[in-house]
Design a protein around this ligand. Structure first.
Ligand code: SF4
Length: 129
């Protein structure tokens, strides 16, 4: 007798990857959040940790863009200026350097590596050296 289809085992855990520019949305259902800039991972942390301690300047700018749902309440907005680096021919440096308010010479000379700064919280920025 052939096996029935409903006898197949289901996976014990499921992972969803949700891609958005709106961090306020992902905070409600994500265990971990990874922030990317021009194809590179710049910060990754558990959701609560990322919102409590955003460290990469790009993450800080994204979080500052989230509206505060209270009348009269305001959040200090980090406005990004400068040119986007070329995604086709990215620089051999920090890809956020042309828009970063904290940019230093070393940011333009080498690409920062992802480093663990707290338990399961990773950042790619020369500021955290
Ligand atoms: S490495 Fe430098 S340019 Fe890049 S995000 Fe950090 S401070 Fe800004």
């Amino acid at each position: 007798m052939p096996k029935q289809v409903n006898e197949r085992k289901l996976p014990s855990a499921v992972t969803y990857m949700f891609i958005t520019h709106d961090l306020s949305v992902v905070n409600h259902f994500s265990d971990d959040i990874a922030v990317m800039y021009l194809g590179r991972l710049v910060e990754k942390a558990p959701a609560d940790e990322l919102f409590a301690n955003p460290t990469h300047p790009y993450t800080q700018a994204l979080l500052s863009a989230i509206p505060v749902p209270r009348i009269g309440a305001k959040r200090e907005r980090v406005l990004l200026k400068g040119e986007l680096s070329s995604p086709i021919n990215p620089p051999n440096a920090c890809r956020f350097a042309s828009r970063c308010i904290y940019v230093r010479d070393e940011c333009r000379n080498s690409e920062p590596m992802l480093k663990e700064i707290r338990d399961n919280h990773f950042v790619a920025c020369s500021l955290v050296d």
